[in-house]
Design a protein around this ligand. Structure first.
Ligand code: GLN
Length: 290
C-alpha cells in the first residue's frame, strides 16, 4: 500500500466478506484520517497522495485485526458518543447510537416540582461511563453517580470522566446482590442500559459483537431475560425521590413485558419509545406520577 487509493482498494478487497461496500468506505476513510492526521476531505481529494512506510504498516496491522471481525473501536481504543470521545476496550460495551437517544430523552425530561437543574442522577451498569459522563457534561450542576459490577469497567469509566473533565461518583455494586453497607445516593433520575440480549437474540447477532464485546454487559439468562429490570425497578422504588424518573434502554422484543414489570412495581406514567430504527428501545417511568 503506497497511496491512499491502494489503501482503499486493499481494505475493500479484504473486508468484503465482513462488511458492505459503504461501511468499508466509511471505515477506511476514518482509519486513514486517524493514522495520517489528514482530514477526510483531503483524503478524498488526493487519492494519489503517498503514505509513509510506518503508516502503511500501521494500516496493514489494523486491516489484519479487522479481518478477524474485531470492532474498529477496540482497535483504535476510542469512539464517539454524544459528541464526546470515550476510551473503549473489551471490558466495556462499545457505546451505541440508540443509547444517545436515551441520553437525549433524559435531557429533555423534567422532574416535576423541580425548578433548579436536575440535582442527582444515578447510572446503573455504567460500562464505559458514556451515559453518566454525557449527562454530567450537559447538566454540569447535577451530582452524578455511576455503578458497575466490573472493576475493569469502572477503571475505564473513571479514565473517561478524566478525559472529559467531569466529576462522577463511581461505586462498585452488584445490582443483583447489593451489599447493604455500600451507600448509594438517593436520586431524582435513575438510568440504566443493563444486559438484555437472550441466547435466542444472540443467534441473530453479528460475530463482531458476540466474539469481542463483554458478555457480562450483554447477555441474560433465557429463562429470566428481565432479571436486571426487575432488580433495578425494585431498587428504583426505594432509591428514587418522590416524582423521580426511571429510564431504561430495553430489548426491542420485550417492550410490553418491561412495561408490565414497571406497572406491577407501582410505577406511573410509563412511556415506551422507539429508536430511530423504529424498534421499541426505551422506557421512562415515574415513581409516583409526573
Ligand atoms: N444494544 C446492544 C446490542 O445490540 C445490547 C446492549 C445491552 O445488552 N444492554 O448489541
Amino acid at each position: 500500500m503506497k497511496t491512499i487509493k491502494d489503501v482503499f482498494n486493499a481494505f475493500k478487497q479484504s473486508l468484503a466478506p465482513l462488511y458492505d461496500a459503504s461501511e468499508i468506505e466509511a471505515l477506511t476513510l476514518m482509519i486513514i484520517s486517524e493514522i495520517t492526521g489528514s482530514s477526510k476531505a483531503m483524503i478524498k481529494a488526493f487519492p494519489e497522495q503517498e503514505i509513509t512506510l510506518p503508516q502503511s504498516e500501521e494500516l496493514n496491522n489494523i486491516l489484519i485485526r479487522l479481518q478477524t471481525g474485531e470492532p474498529i473501536q477496540y482497535i483504535l481504543g476510542h469512539t464517539e458518543f454524544y459528541g464526546l470521545t470515550f476510551k473503549v476496550n473489551p471490558s466495556v460495551l462499545i457505546p451505541r447510537p440508540e443509547t444517545e437517544e436515551l441520553v437525549a430523552w433524559v435531557l429533555n425530561s423534567k422532574v416535576k416540582n423541580q425548578k433548579s437543574k436536575v440535582a442527582t442522577i444515578l447510572d446503573i451498569g455504567t460500562g464505559s461511563g458514556c451515559i453518566a459522563i454525557s449527562l454530567k457534561k450537559n447538566l454540569p450542576e447535577a451530582k452524578v453517580s455511576a455503578i458497575d459490577i466490573s472493576t475493569d469497567a469502572l477503571q475505564t469509566a473513571k479514565q473517561n470522566s478524566e478525559l472529559n473533565e467531569v466529576n462522577i461518583n463511581f461505586i462498585q455494586v452488584d445490582i443483583l446482590n447489593i451489599n447493604p453497607e455500600i451507600e448509594i445516593p438517593k436520586s431524582e433520575i435513575i438510568i440504566s442500559n443493563p444486559p438484555y440480549v437472550t441466547l435466542h437474540d444472540k443467534t441473530q447477532m453479528h460475530t463482531n459483537v458476540t466474539d469481542f464485546e463483554p458478555h457480562t454487559a450483554l447477555f441474560v439468562p433465557e429463562k429470566d431475560p428481565l432479571i436486571f429490570y426487575k432488580a433495578i425497578a425494585n431498587f428504583a422504588m426505594e432509591n428514587l425521590i418522590p416524582n423521580g424518573l426511571l429510564f431504561f434502554e430495553i430489548n426491542e422484543n420485550l417492550g410490553k413485558e418491561t412495561v408490565e414489570i414497571l406497572e406491577s412495581k407501582g410505577f406511573k406514567n410509563i412511556e415506551l419509545r422507539k429508536d430511530m430504527s423504529g424498534r421499541d428501545r426505551m422506557v421512562r417511568a415515574s415513581r409516583t406520577g409526573i
